[in-house]
Ligand binder design. Structure first.
Ligand code: EPU
Length: 343
């Protein structure tokens, strides 16, 4: 089924709760609808929006918004305790995870509570607490707009990395519509407990995916805003990654911030580069919990820009974004880059 609307308000379809409109809205419920949908788009500008939880609308969208609402769930037992599940892109990620946990299936429990859809999670490689969505992906079925055909893309071809995939690359961004995502999850106990507060579960006997889900939801609750109460698009910025030389000069100026070198939080990546938590940089600039008009920086996790009053406009969000970027650059010489997709 294909549903079309004109001049549609997108408030309910972006968790930042921007009161913006698009020229045309096309929602479709079956993978087979994709070719007809693209015929309707013709030469107009378009963007694909699932849950709108990782998108920041900088204003009205002068084009077509495509909303894949495919909800299928097809599970096949592989006979060795693993289950292959093909999920429609429009399934709500967290409901999917809750169901997997109820079935005692391991794989996605660390991603509990992440807002948005399965399709969106496959685009941005949603990640949290030591796990990434790509860890369980087997393949992604897309409509290839360029070649006008359905294609099954195996995970190895999708260039997954930290908050990255082929679907985010500038060259391929408008090429594919994700229709279904096939994941493999399993009955064999395989907890991922390396992230700080999850370590305490290591002592638990008979650990279940549901127990990890509950702990993750508790951690998220204490740090992250509930998007049903306070508009946000999750982490607004990526954690910056610097090369070893930049890191050394950064350390050399650590005393400028009144800190010993070993007090600066950082993570050494496999390739030797250094990831510095953007939350820490932003907090050090004094932005934690600070507002500028109707928008602000979240009080418990400064990586998140919030629609503090519910009435913030795109301009209010951009004012906070630009001020945070400018302050971090002038204090640390590091340029923060958005993690959210700006439309
Ligand atoms: N920190 C501070 N002040 C704070 C919070 C954090 O200085 O108020 C520093 C601490 O050093 C802390 C470090 O930042 O150790 C990392 O903080 P946290 O563990 O909260 O994670 P993050 O790197 O800030 C990332 C993801 C989150 C995800 C968490 C947990 C990105 C851009 N963000 O945040 O994802 O929930 O890890 O795995 O990678 C999202 O993408 O929308 C999102 C919320």
């Amino acid at each position: 089924m294909i549903i079309v609307d004109e001049n549609m308000n997108l408030h309910a379809f972006n968790t930042m709760r921007m009161n913006v409109r698009c020229n045309k809205w096309i929602e479709f419920t079956m993978a087979e609808d994709a070719p007809s949908v693209m015929t309707m788009v013709a030469d107009d500008k378009f963007a694909i929006v699932g849950g709108g939880s990782n998108i920041f609308f900088t204003g009205d969208f002068d084009g077509v918004i495509l909303h894949p609402a495919i909800k299928i769930w097809e599970a096949v037992a592989l006979g060795d305790g693993r289950v292959e599940i093909t999920l429609g892109a429009g399934n709500i990620l967290d409901l999917t995870i809750e169901n997997l946990c109820k079935c005692g299936l391991w794989g996605l429990e660390n991603l509990s509570g992440i807002p948005g859809t399965v399709g969106g999670a496959a685009v941005q490689n949603a990640g949290a607490y030591g796990a990434e969505f790509a860890d369980v992906i087997k393949e992604v079925r897309v409509w290839d707009i360029k070649d006008s055909r359905f294609v099954d893309l195996p995970r190895e071809s999708l260039d997954y990395g930290y908050r990255h995939s082929v679907f985010k690359s500038p060259e391929q961004r408008s090429r594919y519509i994700i229709l279904t995502v096939t994941i493999v999850v399993g009955k064999a106990t395989s907890p991922k407990l390396e992230y700080g507060p999850l370590k305490e579960l290591k002592e638990t006997d008979a650990l279940t995916p549901m127990a990890i889900r509950e702990k993750v939801l508790e951690i998220r609750d204490s740090k992250l805003p509930d998007v049903d109460k306070t508009g946000s698009a999750g982490s607004f910025f990526k954690n910056p990654v610097v090369d070893a030389a930049t890191w050394r000069s950064f350390l050399a100026s650590a005393d400028k911030f009144g800190l010993a070198e070993d007090e600066i939080p950082h993570f050494v990546l496999d390739d030797g580069r250094i990831k510095i938590p953007a939350a820490w940089l932003i907090e050090k600039c004094g932005w934690k919990g600070k507002s500028l008009g109707d928008a602000g920086v979240w009080r418990n996790q400064p990586l998140i820009i919030v629609n503090a009053t519910g009435s913030a406009t795109p301009g209010d969000i951009m004012a906070v974004r630009d001020a945070v970027i400018a302050d971090v650059r002038s204090m640390f010489g590091i340029s923060l880059e958005p993690e959210v997709v700006c439309l």
